[in-house]
Design a protein around this ligand. Structure first.
Ligand code: ZN
Length: 456
């Protein structure tokens, strides 16, 4: 209804925000607001000059991933009948060939050269039942979804017989080859189902349903027979993207651990797993710690895994802050800063992201004036407090990250292009599926072995 002489026009958004009831309600709420000049200056004062190496230690190979999903009705006449489709693309960029992709004058990626490399494109896809779809005669959408998750994660995606690339293997490897489910996901009766690589499915003695080792991920818990299953498909997409990344890292780790110190892995999004599969984050954190321990023993640099976030509350904050920041500054996003300026929370958690995050966020404004929110993995095996120190303090100590912070900054500087806001070339290329899209598994290993990375 029009009010204050306003007409209810197309600007529905601002109309509703101007509504006195909404205004009164907002007055009672805490939320992120643009900082005042004084606040902005105070926040900016806590940033410091971003580190840069005189000769940047750039990786020789960059593997970037990008995931997308569709979850739409299969037919306009059946709007409640939904299928989930997840696609994860990977690009592998060889640094010494990277220069050839860039036009030296415009600093843009040459679309013709990129198209040439596009021929091998081979994204990994997963198809899942959504509402009103029962897979292989399952008694409910949820049971069919569990079955589909297990069969698709258990599939070998290497695309050849030389290597294997199976996500259930990765999940076992991250879990010391033992996965325990405490409850039947079909009838909910309590029972301990213990899975090992040789036994990946077990029957429920109460309801006879088959329980799969992948039920540990709890992805099915967001699935209902007729409800909208969009959130569950989104969780699954993020979970699979992280598992695939770990599968790549593990493959190189087992073949030639030294090569990992010359590679970078980039993921589009935070280093965190949200929702039902969140506990996977702790296993990823422990695995990456093991990798880095091994690299340290061999006197090699730690593995650069970079999460880049283009949207979300940290980027909202960053965009509001940017005008107060000089170029070339960095800040570790410790919990104090996050709670004070981003979360606006009076009762913050003892450790932000305790159940979800395996990496630390940073805000970085480059010398060219673009602002990035990047994350690198925590350099600890778990979040238990050590020597009385709270994990919130441990993770906020820049010294813990060794060379990773300066390497991350140099990496972003190198790949930053005028074309993309808060994105870098590998991620943008993965997103457009327009680069050296690779078949998983074999090819990465082949290329790395041939290059003899570990010998140099
Ligand atoms: Zn049961």
């Amino acid at each position: 209804m029009p009010y204050n002489g306003q007409t209810a026009g197309k600007g529905g958004h601002s109309d509703f925000v101007r509504n006195p009831d909404v205004q009164a309600f907002l007055h009672d709420c805490d939320y992120m607001r643009p900082p005042s000049d004084a606040e902005g200056k105070a926040m900016a004062a806590s940033f410091s000059k971003a580190p840069a190496d005189v000769s940047p230690r750039l990786p020789e190979y960059v593997l970037a991933s990008d995931a997308s999903k569709r979850d739409e009705p299969i037919n306009e006449k059946l709007p409640s009948t939904q299928i989930g489709f997840i696609k994860v693309s990977h690009v592998l960029i060889q640094m010494n060939k990277y220069a050839e992709l860039i036009d030296p004058i415009t600093r843009f990626v040459d679309p013709f050269k990129v198209a040439e490399l596009h021929r091998n494109a081979s994204p990994i896809t997963y198809t899942l039942p959504g509402s009103n779809i029962r897979y292989k005669g399952a008694k409910s959408v949820k049971d069919g979804f569990r079955h589909a998750v297990y069969s698709q994660l258990g599939e070998d995606r290497a695309g050849g017989d030389k290597y294997q690339f199976i996500l259930t293997d990765t999940l076992f490897a991250l879990s010391n080859n033992k996965v325990v489910v405490n409850r039947c996901p079909s009838c909910n009766s309590e029972h301990e189902f213990v899975f090992v690589p040789k036994t990946q499915t077990l029957p429920c003695k109460v309801c006879d349903a088959i329980i799969y080792m992948t039920d540990w991920l709890r992805l099915h818990e967001g699935i209902s027979d007729f409800g909208d299953n969009t959130v569950a498909i989104t969780r699954m997409m993020s979970c699979i993207e992280h598992l695939l990344l770990m599968a790549f890292i593990r493959q190189v780790f087992e073949a030639d651990v030294r090569a990992l110190s010359k590679m970078a892995f980039v993921i589009d999004g935070p280093l965190a797993i949200f929702g039902q599969p969140a506990k996977l984050h702790a296993r990823i954190m422990a695995f990456l710690f093991t990798v880095n321990l091994k690299l340290a023993e061999l006197k090699k640099e730690p593995l650069l895994v970079l999460g880049l976030q283009k949207t979300g509350e940290v980027m909202d904050h960053a965009n509001m802050m940017s005008r107060f920041l000089p170029s070339g500054v960095l800040r570790i996003l410790d919990d104090d800063y996050r709670n004070k300026y981003i979360k606006g929370s009076d009762a913050p958690a003892a450790n932000f992201g305790n159940e979800t995050y395996f990496g630390q966020d940073f805000l970085f404004k480059t010398e060219r004036g673009r602002i990035f929110n990047f994350a690198i993995p925590y350099m600890h095996p778990n979040k238990k407090n050590e020597n009385g120190a709270n994990f919130a303090q441990l993770k906020a100590d820049p010294k813990a990250y060794g060379s990773l912070i300066v390497r991350a900054c140099d990496f972003i500087r190198h790949f930053e292009l005028d074309l993309y806001d808060s994105s870098i070339v590998p991620v943008a290329l993965a997103h457009r599926h327009a680069s050296i899209s690779i078949t998983p598994g074999g090819k990465v290993l082949d290329i790395i072995t041939k290059a003899g990375l570990s010998r140099t």
